[in-house]
Design a protein around this ligand. Structure first.
Ligand code: IPM
Ligand code: MN
Length: 349
């Protein structure tokens, strides 16, 4: 019996999660597994009423679950940063979800903004370090508000933190068994402390994986290759900040935020799965947002629980819907409502 903690969150989060849960129900019947869900009301609404984002007791409660399924965080009435750091980042850090796994896979060439690129050309996975770097929140102001003010923001990289991420990426690349190529994406030419550590660790760990071809790309060049030659990539490993940036670009070349999903993974603990887009306030409550990213996130969640066939079936159903039915992957332009797209996936299962 899997116990799934559901955090629908803000904006369109509840609408896409609703469709994900519909698919979960259908796929559980087909593949014969049992699960329970519990909905948690963390997010803007609760914050605006109680000023509470995520308490220690909430974390304790979530520890009882097999996985967390998250919709979206962010609300126009809440100052930027409060929910992002207090909820999303707090969950990632509290559960030591040190990997942010973001597949970039094009399901239908019609939805790719790149000329002449086909599904085979856009098919790679970004392994983003998810617990350190600039996201650690280290730094300070000196003379805040003064003319000579200085703001320092530190990128914090530990050998252990870097190594566990790189190791995960090598293992993942081997298991994925496609091009068996792992690209380190960094900035060794300028950020000479952090990326020296990353590069040394990468080179050392690489000696244990003679079957994997290694490569390196500076992050600025990587954004260029994403557009020019995405087919060069198989698995990419990078730090938290660069991973954040390049995966938004990745989402665009796979068809947009409507389809991009990710997992915040602790290989030995509770992992959390989410569509990588935001809460899309302007589409809230309109039943027009694309739920496929959330449905793909559910597929990743199932795979993580060990329900590999069910997870694959969810992805397969999404591929069918993307190829046979939808006019676009963008909110309001799909030719179907949010609810109808969820139904299409269920029927394709
Ligand atoms: C993401 C988001 C988050 C991040 C924000 C909402 C804190 O952009 O999941 O990529 O920066 O990691
Ligand atoms: Mn982001």
């Amino acid at each position: 019996m899997y116990k799934i903690a559901v955090i629908p969150g803000d904006g369109t989060g509840p609408e896409v999660v609703r469709e994900g849960l519909k698919v979960l129900e259908a796929v559980s019947q087909k593949y014969n597994f049992k699960y329970q869900t519990k909905i948690f009301d963390f997010g803007a609404e609760r914050y605006l009423k109680t000023r509470k984002v995520l308490e220690n007791e909430d974390i304790e409660e979530l520890k009882k679950y097999s996985a967390i399924y998250l919709g979206a965080v962010g609300h126009p009435e809440v100052k930027p940063g409060i929910l992002e750091t207090g909820l999303l980042l707090k969950l990632r850090f509290s559960f030591d979800q040190y990997i942010n796994l973001r597949p970039v896979k094009l399901y239908n060439a019609d939805f790719c903004p790149l000329k002449d690129k086909k599904p085979d050309d856009v098919d790679f996975v970004v392994v983003r370090e998810n617990s350190e770097g600039l996201y650690k929140g280290m730094g300070e102001f000196k003379d805040k508000g003064a003319k000579d003010e200085v703001a320092i923001q530190i990128s914090y990289n530990t050998r252990k933190g870097v190594e566990r991420c790189i190791r995960y990426a090598f293992e993942y690349c081997r298991k994925r068994n496609k091009k068996k190529k792992l690209t380190l994406c960094g900035k060794t030419n300028v950020l000479t402390f952090a990326w020296d550590l990353w590069q040394r660790t990468f080179n050392e760990v690489a000696t244990e994986y003679p079957d994997i071809t290694t490569d390196y790309a500076h992050v600025d060049a990587a954004t260029m290759w994403f557009v020019k030659n995405p087919e060069w990539f198989d698995v990419i490993v990078t730090d938290n900040m660069f991973g954040d940036i390049i995966t938004d670009l990745g989402a665009m070349i796979q068809g947009g935020m409507g389809i991009a999903a990710g997992g915040n993974i602790n290989p030995n603990g509770v992992s959390m799965f989410e569509p990588i887009g935001g809460s899309a306030p302007k589409y809230t409550g309109k039943n027009v947002i694309n739920p496929l990213a959330a449905i793909c996130a559910l597929g990743m969640l199932l795979e993580n629980l060990g329900e590999v066939k069910a997870g694959g079936a969810v992805e397969g159903a999404v591929i069918k819907v993307v190829n046979k039915k939808l006019k676009s992957l963008a909110a309001g332009k799909m030719g179907y409502s949010t609810t109808e797209v969820g139904d299409l996936v269920v029927n394709s299962l």
